[in-house]
Design a protein around this ligand. Structure first.
Ligand code: UD1
Ligand code: UDP
Length: 369
């Protein structure tokens, strides 16, 4: 009997980063169940990714929606536990550091199924971030840990996690980018739709509570990006996350002139804009990785990152929220050569993860004879 895998996911980045693993299960005839918590539910944060990435409809959608951390996680946990008891999977896979990953993790760690953590071992060392607590808790409850890099595996060892639980797999975002980059270039109309020319615009994403839940910090950050755009005589496109859109309205902030807010984009359009932008400003984890893979310089609007590999290879810099620092760092990144090393693996992460889960029908490249 083949291993039965249950995926628990709930937000945009989890759908994108688990897509290569789910697709490999479809292609390899591996039995699986997808449990969607409903943490993200707006069409543009959820459904569009199932379409773009050719994913089957989730078997369950818990429709938990938004709420405080405890409320959201608690509601998920009750339903996930019951589903896992009914479905009786061999392995439960969660990805990353969201409340959905935490709920899936807590439910699985006390049941018979083994818990696997995709993208294990990331640390920002900033416990103010809810994600940092989620990552630590899931890593320490997991039976199988899949850190993307040697750095993240080393952190798990330092925290005392037994090495036999840990396999470096690369990050599944490399699989997702390599599988979709050319498709995006061929099929995306994002440049035409937004009246942009390749290489002549910059892209911005900002949604972390630490940035957008504080009106002064959010305003400063927008001012810094706008000032750079004025000096560089370029346009900024900002596909705005609903959290940030709500905060702009609540704080009555005016977005400066050079920044064009647009609705969140589907994966192929966003990937193509990342690929063709001259520079990307972000506070997103996934975007720091994707820009590194695509060869687009990145300026991170935070003081720390759980992706230090991007700093080491030189694809990314930490600018924080101060306008002057944003401008200086952006000009510096703009002039750098973009032939950095790729630290996140070779695009075979999904196959390696499934091999560790005991799946025999999906074979990683290095194991093929
Ligand atoms: C969550 C994750 C974060 C991840 C991000 C990806 C946690 C603690 N945070 O943050 O790690 O980087 O997803 O995008 O798990 N909203 C909508 N539509 C939706 C979802 C949310 O309008 O489909 C609005 C709601 O007003 C909600 C707010 O966005 O209150 C925040 O949503 P929430 O899921 O709590 O956190 P994110 O900021 O999305
Ligand atoms: N993304 C997207 N459309 C957008 C903005 C982001 O498809 O308008 C994708 C992006 O390519 C990346 C992921 O969403 O794969 C990042 O998600 P997010 O920034 O919400 O979460 P984080 O990575 O910070 O947890």
């Amino acid at each position: 009997m083949s291993t039965h895998i249950a995926f628990v996911l709930g937000t945009r980045p989890e759908i994108i980063k688990l897509a290569p693993v789910i697709r490999a299960c479809v292609d390899g005839d591996v039995p699986f169940t997808v449990v969607h918590t409903g943490q993200h539910y707006s069409e543009k944060l959820d459904e569009v990714f199932f379409t773009d990435l050719h994913l089957p409809e989730p078997d369950y959608n818990l429709a938990v929606g938004s709420g405080t951390h405890g409320e959201q996680t608690g509601r998920m946990l009750i339903d996930i536990e019951q589903i896992l008891l009914d479905e009786d999977p061999d392995i439960v896979l969660v990805q990353g550091d969201t409340n959905s990953a935490l709920a899936g993790g807590i439910a699985a760690m006390k049941l018979d199924a083994k818990l696997g953590h995709v993208e294990a071992g990331l640390r920002s060392f900033d416990r103010e971030m809810p994600e940092e607590l989620n990552r630590i808790l899931v890593d320490h409850g997991a039976d199988l840990l899949f850190p993307p890099t040697e750095d993240s595996a080393a952190r798990l060892r330092e925290e005392g996690i037994p090495p036999e639980r840990v396999t470096i797999t690369g990050n599944t975002i490399v699989d997702a980018v390599l599988q979709n980059r050319d498709i995006a270039a061929e099929h995306s109309d994002a440049l035409e739709d937004l009246d942009l020319s390749a290489g002549e615009f910059v892209l911005l994403t900002a949604h972390r509570p630490g940035n957008v839940d504080d009106p002064d910090r959010f305003a400063k950050l927008l001012e810094g990006v706008n000032r750079y755009a004025e000096l560089a005589n370029t346009t900024v496109v900002y596909p705005i996350h609903p959290r940030s859109a709500e905060k702009l309205e609540a704080f009555d902030l005016t977005v400066p002139e050079r920044i064009r807010c647009v609705e969140p984009l589907n994966f192929l359009d966003f990937l193509h804009l990342e690929d063709t932008a001259s520079l990307v400003f972000t506070d997103s984890g996934g975007v720091q990785e994707e820009t590194c893979i695509l060869g687009t310089p990145c300026v991170t609007l935070r003081e720390n990152t759980e992706r230090p590999e991007t700093l080491d290879v030189g694809s990314n810099v930490l600018a924080g929220p101060e306008p002057e620092s944003i401008v200086v760092n952006a000009f510096e990144m703009q002039t750098k050569s973009t032939d950095w090393e790729l630290p996140f693996g070779d695009g075979n992460a999904a196959a390696r993860i499934l091999a560790q889960c005991g799946v025999e029908s999906v074979v990683p490249t290095e194991a093929r004879s």
